[in-house]
Write a protein that binds this ligand. Sequence first.
Ligand SMILES: *[C@@H]1O[C@H](CO)[C@@H](O)[C@H](O)[C@H]1NC(C)=O
Ligand SMILES: [Cu+2]
Length: 315
Amino acid sequence: MFHLALVSAALSLFPRAFAHGGVLAYSNAGKWYDGWHPYNTPVGQTSIQRPWATYDPIQDPASSTIACNDDGMSSAAQLTATVAAGSAIVAYWNDWPHPYGPMLTYLAQCPGSTCTGVSANSLKWFKIDQSGLISGTVGNGYWGSGKMIDNNNTWTTTIPSSVPSGNYLIRFETIALHSLPAQFYPECAQITITGGGNKAPSASELVSFPGAYKSTDPGINLNLYSNEAQTSTQYIIPGPPLYGTGGTVTQPPSNPGTSAPAPTSAPPATTQSPPPPQGTVAQYGQCGGIGYSGATGCVSPFTCTKLNDYYSQCL
Ligand SMILES: *[C@@H]1O[C@H](CO)[C@@H](O)[C@H](O)[C@H]1NC(C)=O
Ligand SMILES: [Cu+2]
């Protein structure tokens, strides 16, 4: 009895620790950076990684923990790695159990001289790497996360050499789609990028966490076991367009020879009749495509843009 009690007590300390997981370490330019150890005491831990609490997934993309896991703030002895623009960062996961879903990597520049103490929720993020459905069907195909597993549970992202030098959080993420709601596994680390370029991300490439994802996004609200998923080969990776691809922000035409903005009419009082009908689909939402039967109008100022026969998106 005594031994049985000890065994079950020991098991209950790590109830589902190894069904899930996260990024346990990084390497860059031959240097190894141990990650935060969520199941050890925080006292005395030094890491470039922001602290996180458990291997469990985030399941609500509206939660503040979608940015850098729970709680994702700097530790008492937070470190920062110096990383050259154009170099590769390798993130190491535990023995990863979920082969269905995308891999995504984001950067967010911090104001001031350090990211330490800066809330990840206050930053603007841009996506520098992504891998969704690589081959096969949505329901049974080869995914970015399967490639991560095949690659010694690692994912390698190269810091674009055009990114401006400065202090950043880097956010590696995998999204597991084997269950609904989808499971988000984000972890962040603090890096200082040196030798960078001068290409700031465009407005359409910048997002907030929370804010970048909605649980209704087609790449998130996805049933891998539906009949459609067994034949579909289309997967829309959540989040903004990749850094460097979403730079064409269409400005309203201005009158030649004048730089002053046209006078604007007074905003309507909120108690007046509802505004004229306009689109309801939010930025990045689906607004058309073969087999799509939802709303087709985009909220202002976005326009429904055809990406392929099966998917048009409000951009
Ligand atoms: C595989 O990953 C582990 C860490 O999880 C690392 O120690 C090991 O060196 C890696 N092996 C190779 C061949 O890269
Ligand atoms: Cu899991």
